[in-house]
Design a protein around this ligand. Sequence first.
Ligand code: SF4
Ligand SMILES: [Zn+2]
Length: 163
Amino acid sequence: MGLRNTEQYAEADSGRLEWNGQEKTLWRCIVCNDVHYGSEPPGTCPTCMSTDVYVKSDPQEARQVMLGLDGDVETDEEGLVECWKELAGRNDEFRLNPDTEDVELAARGVHRGEEEHGMKYCPCQMKSGDFVADLGLVCPCNFFIQPSWDEKGECWCKLFVKG
Ligand code: SF4
Ligand SMILES: [Zn+2]
């Protein structure tokens, strides 16, 4: 980040900075893991050209996605659900499963995975052990390409459903 206008930045909580009154935060494309830092998510991902696919990220996740560095777990289960709701709220093609038990189960699984493996891995898909390949399993993942999305209208873990 350029420091020429340092006085226009005000540090808020981790990874969120204010720029002239606008909160900037980290966003991750769920299709290709492009990371964006700004007050709004890009409408179209400049890397994969998918639309409305950015989810709020955090410094740890962004560092890991970009650099493969470990860090402390930052997002709790409630924070995960909020982040998923926000993503679904911006998209007409899917929504969060209205069955809150399924959502809470996924949040527990993702959170536990992050504590154990340092990444928000999908609780229902097998990791290969290859860091780069497993980036495709960071939740929310590119669930549009899963057979369960076409066949049943839901992601593997029933976290997101067609809406
Ligand atoms: S299948 Fe569903 S729960 Fe699993 S990573 Fe993808 S979006 Fe998340
Ligand atoms: Zn993308």
